[in-house]
Design a protein. Structure first.
Length: 387
């Protein structure tokens, strides 16, 4: 009985304590907040805008093309009796080097016949000159005055002209035969790189056959597509007496880091690219295969390769340069002035891949807000990390 009383008393005390605690919390007075809330300045990072003279870079893509590209063909037909060992794809040949020899026997025989015809014509001409002397003496003995027509007949002028014409025709035939014999030996028209060969020893070829493809090794072109708005900022070789804008050519996918080739903007093609509607410029690269001055650090250009070109534009003077990522919508820039946000409208004179070049609206050494802000209001308080 005593234990049951103890339990009930304990439960009663516990329930009373809980009830007292609940009444205390329910009836406790609530604190009321009075006064204004404090506004915290936004933490930002800033960068300084640079002012001065800058040379921007126009970055574009282009494709490597040969400046001189021919399909080698023959002017006379016949059987190929000799092919040069260097006339194979990938080889290099010098100007005038023999590539293909067509059987010269027929052309040599023809030349001998034409020379014989020339000798006969010259002999007839010499005989006619002798007859001219006889006719002149006979005419002087007669002493009669004849009309010009009859006089020419008596003096055998028509026969002399015919003999002279026969000599000229025979000489032309000899020259043509000599030319055909020379054309039977097909030579490289310039210092060239062989890309393909389409004939073999013993082939019978007709005039105009495609013997192979040759490209010149002195100069390659990079046909680059440039935005039309950037064209007027480039120095074109043909307009500047040989001082076209310098170009740095890179191919990150294939070349080692730091490797590049140099070129010059040579010409502006007078039509837009049919697909991209961009302007096309020709960039000239001398010694593209490094055959003239070998340099292991400079990679050769391969025809058909897509490369990146970095074209030096004209210098911009007295402008402010700012990274493009800090140009906000509507050509505005956020500037920190006296601890507050100022939204500046700027005029961008030129943009390249990395920078915007501003000629008005932004002071030199202005502290440009680099942090993206959720709330952008003129006069908003700002602070830096060091503050």
């Amino acid at each position: 009985m005593t234990k049951k009383k103890t339990v009930w008393i304990s439960l009663g005390l516990l329930a009373g304590s809980m009830l007292a605690a609940m009444i205390f919390f329910w009836t406790a007075p609530e604190a009321e907040m009075e006064g204004a809330s404090k506004t915290t300045a936004m933490l930002v990072d800033v960068v300084e805008a640079e002012q001065g003279d800058f040379t921007p870079t126009v970055v574009a893509t282009g494709i490597v093309q040969p400046a001189t590209d021919i399909s080698l063909s023959n002017q006379v037909g016949g059987e190929i009796t000799q092919i040069a060992s260097r006339f194979v794809p990938g080889a290099y040949v010098k100007k005038g080097e023999l590539l293909v020899q067509i059987n010269p026997a027929d052309f040599e025989n023809t030349l001998m016949l034409r020379k014989s015809d020339l000798a006969l014509a010259q002999s007839d001409y010499e005989v006619e000159l002798g007859r001219q002397d006889v006719a002149q003496k006979d005419y002087e003995l007669i002493g009669d005055e004849l009309s010009p027509e009859n006089r020419n007949l008596v003096l055998r002028k028509p026969q002399l002209e015919a003999a002279r014409a026969n000599v000229a025709a025979a000489e032309a035939a000899v020259n043509q035969a000599s030319l055909d014999l020379e054309r039977a030996s097909i030579r490289a028209p310039f210092d060239a790189h062989i890309l393909s060969r389409n004939v073999n020893l013993g082939s019978q070829i007709a005039p105009g056959s495609d013997l192979g493809r040759l490209v010149g090794i002195d100069e390659y072109w990079v046909m680059a597509n440039v935005p039309l708005s950037k064209v007027n900022w480039l120095d074109i070789d043909e307009n500047t007496a040989g001082s076209g804008a310098p170009v740095k050519i890179v191919h990150p996918a294939a070349w080692e880091p730091g490797q590049y080739r140099e070129g010059r903007v040579s010409r502006l093609v007078g039509s837009l690219d049919g697909q991209t509607r961009l302007a096309r410029v020709i960039i000239r690269v001398d010694d593209p295969l490094m055959r003239r001055t070998p340099d292991p650090s400079k990679p050769p250009l391969i025809i058909g390769t897509f490369v990146e070109v970095q074209i030096q534009a004209r210098q911009l003077k007295n402008v402010t340069r700012l990274e493009r990522q800090y140009i906000r919508p509507g050509n505005t820039v956020w500037v920190m002035q006296k601890g507050e946000l100022a939204i500046k409208n700027v005029n961008i004179r030129f943009e390249d891949q990395e920078f915007a070049y501003i000629d008005s609206g932004l002071e030199a050494n202005a502290r440009v807000v680099a942090t993206d802000l959720a709330t952008v209001v003129n006069g908003s308080p700002l602070r830096l990390d060091e503050d």
